[in-house]
Write a protein that binds this ligand. Structure first.
Ligand SMILES: Nc1ncnc2c1ncn2[C@@H]1O[C@H](COP(=O)(O)OP(=O)(O)OP(=O)(O)O)[C@@H](O)[C@H]1O
Length: 334
């Protein structure tokens, strides 16, 4: 459904760094890929580039087998019929003066199958029902909606043109925890019912674990690991993935050990090191082990490791011996 190859992104402006460096991934139809990584790692930039809101300076994006060229109107139209982006703040995407009904209908009128007001009303009711809202909500205005209801309306809008791929950027981050669960359930049901494909951006790894079948770990615009979700969470191979997972308080560490936090800042994309981007904070790299200077000098390529792919010169192999390696002094942990 989505194929991204060797994507490179640099925002316009003098001396701006390359924020996404050679990122490739694909999502099969009906699949769900989670993008994880700290703030600034480039997750939102990738989603924005897919819909033409961030400049693609290298590489290619194809949706449903068709290469996307944002400069061509026909390509843009085809893209908007197939791909929709849902943001964190649903109210920001709703005009306070437009009713819910008008806001949702705006998203689909003009589409090929809607020509009469009866069809408009029918489709509107169908969309509201799909997101779990009564038809009477069409009369409401954004100020009369709770955060969760507003996000349901934003999702209904996104579904208006029957897209096949949704880009979900922190869609529950602004909601109360109890409401988050209901939105996640809704998204999972919609994926099953409508056969949707998801690209999910979430700080909260539990969300990725719940919604996605695969996950990709980014740091400073570089992919460090990519694997099936169960594999990534149970047997992280990149030390950064391992530290990220251990730093989630509500998520049990795979081996039940004490939780660690990743401290210090990721590298600024303007000063990305020539070696591994995680070296300065790595608990198993050259700061702790002699003979690992290659981490400083050579960027490890993303390479197959079992069923996963990992960009690390010394990946965790999940044999007993390798676990001991990771248990080396952990000065980056608190
Ligand atoms: N419009 C922009 N113009 C210039 N630089 C930008 C712009 N948007 C993002 N950046 C830069 O691109 C890099 C990646 O940012 P991005 O927002 O994609 O990261 P992220 O992983 O989604 O972070 P967060 O989780 O905080 O949203 C950062 O260095 C950021 O400063």
């Amino acid at each position: 459904m989505l194929e991204v190859e060797n994507l490179r992104i640099r925002y316009p402006g003098r001396d701006r760094p390359t924020v996404i460096e050679d990122v490739s991934f694909a999502i099969a139809p009906g699949g769900a890929l989670g993008l994880v990584g700290e703030s600034g790692s480039g997750k939102s930039t990738i989603a924005k580039a897919i819909v033409g809101l961030a400049p693609v300076t290298g590489g290619s994006i194809a949706v449903d087998g068709s290469p996307i060229d944002h400069a061509r109107a026909r390509s843009r139209r085809a893209l908007h019929d197939r791909v929709q982006l849902v943001f964190q703040d649903p109210r920001a995407s709703l005009n306070p003066r437009r009713s819910v009904g008008d806001a949702v209908a705006d998203a689909f009128v003009g589409g090929a199958t809607i020509s009469t007001s009866v069809e408009r009303g029918r489709r509107l009711a169908e969309l509201l029902e799909q997101v779990g809202l009564p038809a009477s909500f069409a009369e409401r205005f954004p100020s009369e909606l709770s955060g969760g209801q507003a996000q349901r309306v934003a999702i209904a809008r996104a579904l208006g043109r029957r897209p096949r791929l949704l880009l979900l950027d922190e869609v529950t981050a602004s909601l109360d925890v109890s409401v988050q669960a209901s939105i996640l359930n809704l998204l999972r049901d919609l994926r099953d019912e409508l056969g949707l494909t998801y690209l999910v951006i979430a700080h909260d790894l539990a969300i990725v674990r719940y919604l996605c079948d695969h996950a990709m770990v980014l740091q400073a615009g570089v992919v460090l690991e990519r694997a099936a979700v169960a594999e990534l969470f149970d047997e992280p191979r990149h030390p950064y993935t391992k530290v990220l997972i251990d730093s989630v308080p509500e998520m049990e560490s795979p081996d039940g050990r004490e939780l660690a936090l990743v401290t210090g800042d990721p590298p600024d994309p303007a000063h990305r090191p020539s070696g591994c981007v995680f070296t300065s904070r790595c608990p198993i790299g050259p700061l702790h082990r002699v003979g690992r200077e290659i981490c400083l000098s050579d960027r490890p390529p993303l390479s197959p490791q079992g069923d996963a792919e990992v960009a690390c010169h010394f990946p965790i192999t999940h044999s007993a011996g390798a676990r001991e390696v990771f248990d080396a002094p952990r000065t980056v942990s608190t």
